[in-house]
Design a protein around this ligand. Structure first.
Ligand code: HDE
Length: 742
């Protein structure tokens, strides 16, 4: 049989309805000529046909009665095309609408057979294909990537025993303890229903009204006010399963488990001023970074880590392991790194893959099971249900991106858009008639739930063990560095100052005070409120760090904690302590103008390439820029880029280049802004004069420059090496950024 591809194009006969009064127009052709498509090989050309296979003679003109006559309803080709278009959107996800995804694989390091029977976790020889979708929660499909928000981190693993969907976030806890509160939470954070404002932002009255009446959200509030909620890259975020799940071994024994994804690049974030500017400069910042990185071979990698707790230890802590608003501090239950996930292939079609992928927390292979976390239990219902309305049919599992890779069959049939042709007359069980009879597989290899004894009165109550809402919020606060605390304060000042209802702002401050007095009083300053413990907010004795005085007050603030296993600070909560620091995948702006030294550019680029660091040339105009020898291609100019889209700045020498740049205010601002955001700056040769001509050059002059990540000197290997180290360091906070107006 001939495939669609191999069919010869159909050429329609000329119409019998002629407009005799007007000659054929001979001016602009309505379609490009064939020779202009010469680069497209014959094999790539698909003969055009309607969805019913009817060959299309021309796709450029609808059927009309004469050249200037009315369009004919008879035109089935036009009707089909327009009608398909009219219906080509599906409802966006009710939450997590904006997302980007990639394919890859997961492989376990060593068998975890002691804990689970799941092949994905017990067979080190198995490379399980995965599809991972990252998302923001509150914004619509067209919102900006860098909004302050939780990021979804949903992993679909196509295991030999069915799909395993670990539908997590980049924050290890959640706002609420019981699924019944989810619609309220989402209604509160989404744009307000009377005017659909604000888009993709939690900084408004309804959100804080709800939150101020929901103390269980306080721990999560601390996380989303931290820079975790504005990641630098999807590849620099942690992922968390959030809930306690269970691993079940061959003997039927259960361990509670928390799943973590640890990024090989470390956890790193934007700063708020950058996030706001990027939202305008490049709203696709994160999805572009993901796609570009994979295209360039800078694959994103995470290690899977687990925390394991024997069933017998369920009641061991002063928090409940079933409570999704609590972490298990790593200090109490260690993290074990068990495998690696690599994302190495971009989707080919956004709609078919990223939009149509359907994650469900209920998708777990045998050997992984659910805990009684009431949030997880509710989710297990919600995800299947939402796909029915979003994808429009219970057959969404037949969409290629959702299909398990293992064979599967059952007696379900029919419904909208069914593509499987089930054979025979038996679609029920038990059955004795001919046809294809499904057989149950039994407990091995079938999925069996952990045989927990469940016995209790029917009650609609929260467990008393879920009661503490502040202990772990304090634990998080205590575990942050002074700079991180400062950013949390700033974030809360931004959010609460946007809340118009005084009572709501007061209620929120009351909660903050229970978390930490310094936090509450600092936030209070921006919203004109003095609260009980304002006295704490006095400068303390000068600490040992080189941070500005106003940050030192945040350094020594601690409060006693409850529900935190009796510890004051926990490992792994700060993004600045013990993070891997790699320069791979970072992006350097090379600032040039005509007359720039080509040798200095090439010297840097050679070393950057070795470390897989990207660079782009920024000049007063795009195109070939004359150098002292030859030219260099500038792809960016001040009209189409800004320092916020880069991780570091390099100014090579070249007298004429620097003389020009000194006269370009955008160039000076570019450097000042990079300095303000704590980024590494390198200038060599006469490039040093440009940096010296900026406000940041004055602030970072002299001996302290290198300590501040600003390198000024002759072009040599030594200085480039230090610059690359500084890029890996991510940011320098020891700068007087409040003196920069950029
Ligand atoms: Fe979701 N969530 N969620 N959620 N969630 C959805 O499912 C829901 C929760 C998360 O990239 C929806 O297919 C309820 C926690 C991610 O496609 C919906 C509750 C966590 C994604 C839904 C929660 C998440 C979703 C919307 C409280 C972190 C995007 C579209 C019981 C562990 C997945 C969809 C993707 C999506 C319901 C709470 C993460 C409506 C009822 C906790 C990453 O089914």
């Amino acid at each position: 049989m001939k495939t669609e591809k191999s069919r010869k194009p159909f050429v329609a006969r000329s119409s019998t309805v002629q407009d005799r009064t007007h000659p054929k127009p001979s001016l602009a052709p309505s379609t490009v000529k064939d020779d202009e498509l010469a680069s497209v090989t014959t094999e790539d050309r698909d003969p055009m046909a309607t969805n019913q296979g009817q060959p299309i003679s021309t796709d450029q003109n609808s059927l009309k009665a004469g050249h200037r006559g009315p369009t004919l309803l008879e035109d089935q080709i036009l009707r089909e095309k327009i009608q398909h278009f009219d219906h080509e959107r599906i409802p966006e996800r009710v939450v997590h609408a904006r997302g980007a995804a990639a394919h890859g694989f997961f492989q376990v390091y060593k068998s975890l057979a002691k804990y689970t029977t799941a092949r994905v976790l017990t067979d080190p020889g198995l490379k399980t294909p995965v599809f991972v979708r990252f998302s923001t929660v509150a914004g619509s499909r067209g919102s900006a990537d860098t909004a302050r928000d939780v990021r979804g981190f949903a992993v679909k693993m196509y295991t030999p025993e069915g799909n395993w969907d670990l539908v997590g976030n980049n924050i290890p806890v959640f706002f609420i303890q019981d699924a019944i509160k989810f619609p309220d939470l989402i209604h509160a954070v989404k744009p307000e229903p009377n005017n659909e404002i604000p888009q993709a932002s939690s900084a408004h009255d309804t959100f804080y009204d709800f939150l101020s009446l929901t103390p269980e959200s306080m721990h999560m509030l601390m996380w989303i006010m931290s820079d975790r909620a504005i990641p630098r890259s999807f590849g620099m975020m942690e992922g968390f399963g959030v809930h306690s799940y269970r691993l079940i071994n061959a003997k039927g024994e259960s361990h509670f488990v928390k799943f973590h994804w640890k990024p090989v690049l470390g956890v790193h974030s934007l700063v708020w001023d950058e996030a706001v500017k990027i939202a305008g400069q490049d709203p696709d910042f994160h999805r572009r970074d993901l796609a570009d990185s994979i295209d360039k071979g800078n694959f994103f990698e995470w290690e899977l880590a687990v925390q394991l707790l024997p069933e017998a230890d369920e009641m061991k802590f002063d928090f409940d392991v079933l409570d999704a608003t609590k972490i298990w501090p790593e200090d109490l239950v260690p993290l074990i790194r068990v495998g690696k996930m690599v994302l190495n292939r971009n989707p080919e079609n956004y709609f078919a893959e990223t939009e149509q992928v359907a994650f469900m927390t209920s998708n777990v292979p045998p050997g992984i099971d659910f805990s009684n976390d009431p949030l997880l239990q509710g989710r297990n219902f919600s995800y299947n249900d939402t796909q029915l309305s979003r994808l429009g049919s219970p057959n969404f599992h037949e969409i290629p991106i959702n299909r398990p890779v293992c064979p599967f069959s059952n007696n379900q049939r029919d419904a909208h858009m069914r593509t499987t042709i089930n054979k025979g007359r038996v679609s029920y069980a038990p059955a004795s008639l001919d046809g294809h009879v499904m057989e149950e597989v039994g407990p091995k290899p079938g999925f069996v739930s952990y045989s927990q004894v469940v016995n209790g009165p029917k009650i609609r109550e929260r467990s008393p063990s879920f009661e503490d809402h502040y202990g772990q919020a304090s634990l998080f606060w205590n575990s942050q560095t002074a700079v991180e605390k400062h950013h949390i304060v700033k974030a809360l000042q931004f959010e609460l100052s946007k809340v118009e209802t005084h009572e709501v702002r007061r209620r929120m401050l009351g909660h903050l005070e229970k978390i930490n007095g310094v936090l509450a009083s600092q936030v209070g300053k921006a919203i004109g409120e003095t609260i009980g413990s304002a006295a704490i907010a006095r400068p303390t004795s000068k600490g040992t760090s080189d941070l500005p005085d106003e940050l030192q007050i945040l350094e020594d603030a601690t409060t006693p904690t409850t529900a935190s296993g009796g510890i004051l600070k926990a490992k792994g909560l700060s993004m600045e302590v013990d993070q891997p620091k790699l320069a791979k995948g970072r992006k350097v702006a090379i600032m040039v103008a005509p007359g720039v030294s080509k040798k200095e550019i090439e010297m840097l680029q050679t070393d950057l390439k070795k470390e897989k660091i990207l660079s782009e040339v920024v000049a007063p105009f795009i195109g070939e820029i004359p150098c002292d020898k030859g030219t260099v291609l500038a792809t960016k100019t001040y009209a189409n880029t800004s320092s916020v889209l880069f991780d570091a700045v390099y100014v090579p020498g070249g007298k004429a280049s620097i003389e020009t740049l000194l006269m370009v205010p955008d160039a000076l601002r570019f450097i000042d802004e990079a300095y303000k955001h704590g980024k590494a700056i390198l200038a060599t040769g006469s490039g040093v004069e440009l940096v010296a001509g900026t406000r940041s050059g004055q602030l970072a002059g002299g001996a302290s420059a290198a300590k501040q990540g600003v390198f000024l000197g002759l072009p040599d290997k030594g200085i480039v090496g230090k610059f690359i180290e500084a890029i890996a360091n991510h940011r320098f906070h020891n700068r007087q950024v409040d003196k920069i107006t950029a």
